[in-house]
Every structure is written in structure tokens, then in C-alpha cells.
Ligand binder design. Sequence first.
Ligand code: FE2
Length: 347
Amino acid sequence: MYKQEKKDWQILVVDDKKTNLMLAEKILQQEFNVSKAQSGMEAIAFLEKNIVDLILLDLHMPDMNGFEVMAAIRNNEKILSDIPIIFLTADDDKAMEVKSFKEGAQDFIAKPFVPEIMVQRVRRVIQLDKLQKNLQNEVEKQTRKAEEKKRQFQRLSIQVMQSLAGAIDAKDKYTKGHSQRVAMYAMEIAKRYGYDDEKQQNIYFAGILHDIGKIGISDEIINKTGKLTDEEYEIIKTHPVIGGEILSNISEIPNIAIGARWHHERYDGKGYPDGLKGKDIPELARIIGVADAYDAMTSKRSYRDVLSQEIVRGEIEKGIGTQFDPEFAKIMLEMIDEDKNYDMHEK
Ligand SMILES: [Fe+2]
């Protein structure tokens, strides 16, 4: 198998002395395809048009020396930047040997050439280089594949959730886009609070599905235009529990059920379904609670239009420490104050 590959390997030998070029060619041509260049300029011109697997480069040449040629090759955009280079020089040149490794040469071959050593070194450097590049390619390929799969899965998750949110909102003719907006506001609060992208995304997911329990409430009650009876109100109040149960099956997204179950809790403990108080309410639900209340006030209802920004701001402020977690309510106020044209509402 190697024999086949070796025949295809292209070597460029660069040396100012014709006798050295001839000798190197004679030694190497049994196993490799050999091209020759008698100066750095000639080598560069050749490499701009041809791809080689390895360069044997004489260190001591007039005009450009080996180091200069190597630098010119590495900086030339028309030439692959990672062709392995082996330097050729007199065997007493220890300082040069050290320098050549420092500059990034793969190996060093001393003159006069010992045919066996030369062939072995060239073969070994090429094999190592191919192995390394194959490995690198394979790693890159697998990484790209895994990343694409991950992105695909994320896109799918987001699409499924958005569709679900659409289904929830479609049930209620007055809450079009509610889930999506609550998710966006909740994510913005989380971002301003300093949470990283992953956490923000989890909050977005929890936000987009916070009202999923409404699926279990009859359309008549949800869409009733008049005042709800006590009994109807009690039924509406079951949606967080239903939602929490539905989402408890999604174990891959941590805490997704939390927003659904506790987004109607109040900071003063007067909310539902569990009457949790203060920091006992999971943080995620405290964030969604603020976002949810904000969107409710800034959405149209059957009996009223979007409330004015001033009124909404006042209500959020009034709710600090009673309905809302003070910290997240303050972030919401900050968002309102930055929203000079009052763009942040149902359109
Ligand atoms: Fe709700």
C-alpha cells in the first residue's frame, strides 16, 4: 500500500550546486517524484504552480539563503503554508541545525548525503506529515459533523417549541404571540442579570412554554369576554399545574417545567398554585413572572387596548416586593426606561 502512495509523492530539492541536485535526485528518484530548483526564486516560482509533499532546502545559497526561502514560502499566499521542509547543510553546522528547528523545519540532513539516511528521513517526514494532516482532517470532519448535528437538533427543538407555543396562543384569541414575547423579555432580563448564553436559552425555552397548561383548559373559558365566575377562575388557575406536568417529561432541558408551574406565584406568597414566597419561588419562575405580567399589560384585550407605558411602568414599580422579585422587576423597569419609543408591546 505504501509503495503506491510513495510513487505519488512529490519532492522539490533546492540547492545552488548542480552536483548536489543531481545526487539528491539520483538517491530519491527510486522512491519519489523529484523536481529541482537551483535558487530560492526558482523554487518559489515552481511552488506557485505545483503542489509538493516535501521540500529539501539547502541552507547556504547565494541571493536567498534557506531561512529566507522558507520565510518567503510560508508568507506566499499562492503556496500551501504547511509543506514540510528538510534543510540540507554541512554536518558541522550545529548552530544552524538548532536555528532551523526553531524556525520550523521538520528535519535536517547533513552533507555529504548518505543515501539510506536521506531516503529514510524523507519518507519518515512525509509519512508523519500525512498522518498528522489526515488525523487533523478527520478530527475537523467529525467536529463539523457533530456541530452540525447539534445545530440541527437545536433548530428542531426551537421549532417544535415555537410550534407548541403557537398552538397555545392560538387557543386564546387575545394572546397572539404572548408566549414568544414573554420568552424574549425573560431572556433579556436573564441577559441583563448576567447569565450566559446557555442559561439565557433555557430561560427562553421555559418562557416560550410557560402557558402550555392552557391546552388543558376549555376554549370557552379561555375566550370568555365577560367576567369569569369563581368556578371558571379556579379552572383557569389549574393551568400552571397542568403545564408543569406536561413539561416534566422533558428531561433534556433542565428546569423547563419550573416556569410553567410557578409563573403565577407572587413574591408576597399570595400567588398560585403553591403560594410560594420570596426566594422559595424558583428564580426562573420569578423572571418569567415579571415578563408575563409586563406582556399582559402591553397586549390588547377584548375590553381594552395596550396600556400606556406610564401605567405599565407604575404597575411594575408598585409590584416590587409584592407581586415581583425586586431585582428582576428593577431590570424590567430599566428595560422600560430604555424603550423611549415604547416599541416593546404587542403590535
Ligand atoms: Fe399563565
